[in-house]
Design a protein around this ligand. Structure first.
Ligand code: URA
Ligand code: URA
Length: 297
């Protein structure tokens, strides 16, 4: 008798074994997510995606020449366990820390300023977190940094930002008394549209910013911000004009200032939207001031 290891399984068997192990781990991760909040489920999905990516890389290394496929979490055979739908696209990379662990904007910024969760981390100049007052009760949400924003590290400082400043002034706000952020914190090269994967990867940071600020009103600028925060697919022309809801916070969508620079026909509806925004803000702020302190937190 010798201590020789058993003969290696055939390639197919090895692959199947790894897949099976991956499936069992995925099942455990999903089970762990049962009854937990959105954050935990998303974290579990990230870890599942990471596992699958590792398997893919191993398979890719075993079969050179095959293009590297994007990771995809296949849930078809797994019964849904959480009310929150999985992100629309796979999330690249995982985070060491979750945004929900941080209770101040400063800590949140510092924890993610070096983020490399999606490929935009490689091409950005600056991580563009957000700007404005940490006491702001009005939050504007745009799409993603452009060229100027990427260079300066601050949202809305280019041409669209200059127009946003004018819009703010017209309704009686200074830039430093509101808060301004984007869905994506890093610039998509050439200002291309954000990819679903980038939105899914990055938007937990914005969600936490909003949770920390607890604004009385949110204003989304352009289609991407509105669709992302409201979880809908309609275009901005359908969404604007109404007041929507994001986790109990009223949302007033309007056109993107960059769109107004291209098409002046959108100026009038935008003007109507922001006047309504001002009224809604004043009303909600007065209401929240009337509430006893223990119910305002
Ligand atoms: N467009 C955006 O959506 N955000 C910015 O910060 C700048 C331009
Ligand atoms: N398309 C957009 O994405 N945003 C606008 O504001 C207008 C058109």
């Amino acid at each position: 008798m010798t201590d020789r290891p058993p003969p290696p399984p055939s390639d197919d068997l090895a692959t199947m074994t790894r897949r099976l192990r991956g499936a069992v781990e995925l099942q455990a991760i999903l089970r762990e997510g049962k009854g937990l909040g959105k954050g935990s489920v998303l974290r579990a999905l990230d870890r599942a995606a990471e596992l699958i990516r590792t398997e893919r890389r191993r398979e890719g290394a075993a079969a050179p020449g095959r293009p590297r496929a994007a990771a995809r979490v296949t849930t078809a055979s797994v019964p849904p366990r959480a009310k929150t739908p999985a992100p629309a696209a796979p999330v690249v990379g995982s985070w060491q820390r979750d945004p929900t662990e941080f209770d101040s904007l400063g800590e949140l910024h510092d924890a993610f300023a070096e983020c490399q969760r999606c490929p935009l981390g490689k091409t950005r100049t600056h991580f563009v977190f957000g700007t404005g007052s940490p006491k702001a009760k009005l939050v504007f949400v745009g799409e993603a940094p452009g060229r100027e924003e990427d260079l300066q590290g601050e949202p809305f400082v280019g041409p669209a930002g200059r127009l946003l400043n004018k819009i703010l002034a017209a309704i009686g706000f200074r830039r430093n008394e509101v808060y301004i952020a984007n869905i994506l914190k890093c610039r998509p090269p050439g200002n291309r549209d954000p990819q679903p994967m980038e939105i899914a990867s990055c938007s937990p940071i914005l969600a936490r910013q909003v949770d920390i600020l607890r604004p009385v009103v949110l204003c989304t600028l352009g289609s991407f911000a509105a669709r992302t925060l409201l979880g809908v697919n309609q275009g901005i022309s359908r969404l604007r004009g109404g007041t929507h809801d994001y986790r109990g916070i009223p949302v007033i969508p309007t056109y993107h200032p960059a769109a107004l620079l291209r098409n002046s026909a959108w100026k009038r509806p935008t003007w109507e939207d922001v006047q309504r925004l001002r009224r809604e803000y004043d009303r909600r702020l007065a209401e929240s001031a009337d509430l006893p302190p223990e119910t305002t937190s």
